[in-house]
Design a protein around this ligand. Structure first.
Ligand code: PLP
Length: 355
């Protein structure tokens, strides 16, 4: 489909800024929003003129298909500001490409790179002062697209809205989590939408995660939908396991999200001489490794937390604790990746993009 677009963006500035109401020393994650948002509508078979406008509520017809059939996708990325005030994105084209992979799977229109990347960069320039600089902080970027087209019939909508909104955020989470290896529920299935950042994937995770919380765990380790024998993801993050001095993660598939943090960690680990393996991992292998002392670390990896360490896991009614190590691969790799993101180190892989 030929998409006709111009790179021009209509910009409507907010009359006043909310920035002075924000305590930048006490930012939680993703709950404070900046003054403006980027909006682009897809109507009549094409993307319309993109706009930047004051951050505001969106009004929708009750028959909009997002409410009924859940055509909704999103991305999560971050912008960083260094000591000199320069602004950087981290591998933004990967997020853009993944958003279009998600769009395709949900029968939603793919968006042109110029709209997404130029829109994002233009909005970042306007909201530059909102980018926090404290350790572990960043401007969280949430691009999302949903069906605005009307009708109660179950078919793809004929209209969509793409929005990019910003949330200045402090560190995502700092403590270790105790996780439950799930044996009944699945996050995703063969041939399903697990590889897409589709809103419904997360809705389906909440209930099993609540049940795990009731049992005293903070998070669920998802297993394959067929046998529940192989670990797949850590909540909404990719999973890493260290057995002796080898760092392992599982191969991506149509059930597993192809995380940018995951692949960056693998690349950095290899460059740093850490032995890595990408292969299937059985829950029973973790149990054996925990029992014989070779299981050293487990952590989740994703943009929000970067690395989220796991203190122990439950499986088939038994609990296993991980050792308290002085120098973990998790901490080491988190520092390496955030130093690249925040322009504190060289960028040997060419991942940083100056805005
Ligand atoms: C977003 C996400 C990840 C992490 O992806 P990043 O690109 O590293 O942020 C992993 N798993 C799931 C299910 C996700 O939604």
């Amino acid at each position: 489909m030929a998409t006709i677009y111009t790179e021009d963006i209509l910009i409507e500035k907010a009359k006043t800024s909310k920035i002075n109401d924000v305590d930048f020393n006490n930012l939680s994650f993703g709950s404070t929003y900046t003054d403006h948002m980027f909006v682009c509508d897809y109507e009549n078979g094409k993307w319309q003129t993109p706009k930047i406008m004051p951050y505001q509520p969106i009004s929708l017809d009750p028959s909009s298909k997002i409410f009924h059939y859940g055509q909704s996708i999103f991305e999560g990325m971050k912008a960083y500001k260094d000591a000199a005030g320069d602004v950087f994105l981290f591998r933004p084209l990967d997020n853009f490409n993944r958003m279009n992979i998600s769009a395709k799977r949900l029968a939603m229109p793919e968006m042109p790179e110029a709209y997404f990347i130029n829109g994002l960069k233009t909005l970042l320039k306007i909201e530059k002062d909102w980018i926090p600089t404290a350790e572990g902080s960043a401007l969280y970027i949430r691009p999302f697209m949903f069906a605005t087209g009307k009708g109660f019939h179950a078919s793809p909508a004929d209209a969509y809205k793409l929005v990019i909104a910003f949330a200045p955020s402090g560190p995502y989470f700092s403590g270790k989590v105790n996780v439950l290896i799930e044996e009944k529920y699945s996050r995703s299935a063969n041939g399903g939408v697990g590889f897409a950042k589709a809103g419904g994937n997360y809705a389906g995770q909440f209930y099993p995660t609540q049940l795990a919380k009731d049992k005293g765990y903070q998070q669920v380790i998802w297993t394959d939908d067929n046998t529940h024998e192989y670990i797949e993801e850590a909540g909404a993050m990719n999973i890493f396991v260290r057995i002796n001095d080898t760092l392992l993660t599982v191969p991506t598939s149509d059930r597993i999200l192809d995380g940018i943090t995951r692949k960056s960690i693998l690349t950095i680990a290899e460059a740093e001489g850490i032995k890595t393996e990408v292969r299937k991992i059985k829950a029973t292998e973790l149990v054996e490794a925990a029992e014989n002392g070779s299981l050293k670390e487990m952590f989740g990896a994703g943009t929000a937390a970067v690395v989220s360490p796991i203190s122990g896991f439950g499986y088939k009614g038994k609990d296993f604790e991980l050792p308290e190590l002085e120098n973990t691969f998790g901490q080491f790799l988190k520092k390496k990746i955030t130093d690249i993101q925040t322009n504190k180190s060289e960028d040997p892989f060419g991942w940083r993009v100056k805005v």
